[in-house]
Design a protein around this ligand. Structure first.
Ligand SMILES: NC(=O)c1ccc[n+]([C@@H]2O[C@H](COP(=O)([O-])OP(=O)(O)OC[C@H]3O[C@@H](n4cnc5c(N)ncnc54)[C@H](OP(=O)(O)O)[C@@H]3O)[C@@H](O)[C@H]2O)c1
Length: 341
């Protein structure tokens, strides 16, 4: 089968940073599905892993990246109970297994769901990784009930126009929160509005001063979909007493956790690969939450975040996609569809 791999931690301008190559098609075992991959999306995690140093014995070994998939179940392992051959599915998968930039891909059925009926393969591939992250951040980590009456509570979503922010805005609106998103350019600000943000402020300016101008100097919840340390001081100032902050990006500088103590405010991490990486007892929750996301899509409660499609799925287009992501200016999601004949 065709696959795209990364064998050396090279800058994306180097043709060898991502290369087309051939792999044997794997067989599904146990609870695995063999999925015929029709569309894949690209996330910052792909670019981070591609650039990361590998152990000496791994240099030159092709590593297949790609953790956002829409496709069709081609074969199933003996213990599979949730899916059958021919089902159209979408999922993110597991970081400790090969990614899905290949014609066929193995994935544990517990992190897979049937794709939204009303979305095509490209729209479906844009969803899973960012939807899981935003869903787990809001509803599992910050424990916001998703069926709640509107009571004026507010969430600040830092990095609102990116992949995660685009889904977080929509999920926060489903939970009836007042949503204040951040974006720094007219086009990213307009996108946050399109996703449903009530207000948009600029993360390159003072967040505190802009919230004061909106007569909301503090908010109950913050999801930071960007640099945790860069926005730490501002988050500590604008979180309400007993409020909750969720971070999804490693800190490069240490942060002062004591700044949250007098407010009894909570800081919690979200890492969407935790369940699959540690095979947690509740790993099947990703099947349930992706199923719920698909229902919300089919009931028009969630709109597509797809903004750019490249075809076919090959190393040249994947390099273009990585370069776009590395600019840090992505709006919505970029997807690659179809394999070269
Ligand atoms: N922990 C997890 O499970 C998890 C899951 C998914 C993603 N992540 C991480 O979360 C981050 C965001 O992922 P993503 O997919 O949303 O990325 P993305 O789509 O590439 O995000 C692009 C957006 O980031 C905004 N941005 C750039 N610099 C910013 C800053 N200094 N402050 C606030 N916003 C800024 C940009 O807005 P403007 O153009 O308007 O400035 C742009 O729209 C990445 O580092 C990713 O690796 C973690």
């Amino acid at each position: 089968m065709k696959a795209i791999g990364s064998a050396h931690p090279l800058p994306i301008s180097e043709p060898a940073s991502l290369q087309d190559f051939e792999l044997p098609t794997p067989d599904p075992d146990m609870r695995d599905l063999l999925v015929r991959v029709e569309a894949v999306s690209v996330n910052p995690v792909d670019t981070k892993i591609r650039r990361s140093q590998v152990a000496a014995e791994q240099v030159g070994v092709q590593r297949v990246l790609g953790w956002d998939v829409a496709g069709v179940v081609e074969a199933v392992g003996a213990q599979v109970s949730l899916f059958q051959v021919g089902d159209e599915v979408y999922y993110s998968g597991s970081l400790i297994r090969p990614g899905a930039n290949s014609e066929y891909h193995l994935v544990d059925e517990r992190v897979v769901a049937k794709k939204p009926v009303s979305f095509n393969m490209a729209q479906a591939a844009a969803l899973p990784l960012t939807a899981i992250t935003a869903y787990e951040a809001l509803f599992d980590r910050m424990t916001i009930p998703f069926q709640r009456d509107s009571d004026g509570q507010a969430i600040l979503i830092i990095g609102g126009a990116g992949g995660v922010g685009s889904l977080a805005i929509q999920l926060a609106k489903i939970a009836n929160l007042h949503v204040i998103a951040t974006a720094s350019r007219p086009e990213s600000q307009a996108w946050c509005k399109k996703m449903g943000a009530d207000k948009v402020i600029d993360h390159t300016q003072s967040i505190l001063e802009q919230l004061e101008q909106l007569h909301r100097p503090m908010v109950e919840y913050i999801l930071n979909a960007s640099q945790t340390d860069q926005h730490w001081e501002a988050m500590c100032k604008v979180i309400k007493p007993e409020g909750r902050i969720c971070g999804i990006v490693d800190t490069s500088e240490s942060v002062d956790l004591n700044a949250l103590k007098s407010k009894s405010a909570t800081f919690v991490w979200e890492f969407m690969f935790t369940r699959s990486m540690y095979q947690t007892d509740d790993m099947i929750e990703q099947h349930h939450l992706l199923t719920r996301i698909a229902e919300w899509v089919d009931h028009q409660k969630i709109q597509s975040t797809l903004t750019e499609t490249l075809s076919p799925i090959n190393a040249a287009n994947l390099r273009t996609a990585h370069a776009t992501l590395e600019s840090g200016r992505m709006i919505g999601k970029l997807v690659l569809t179809g394999w070269p004949s």
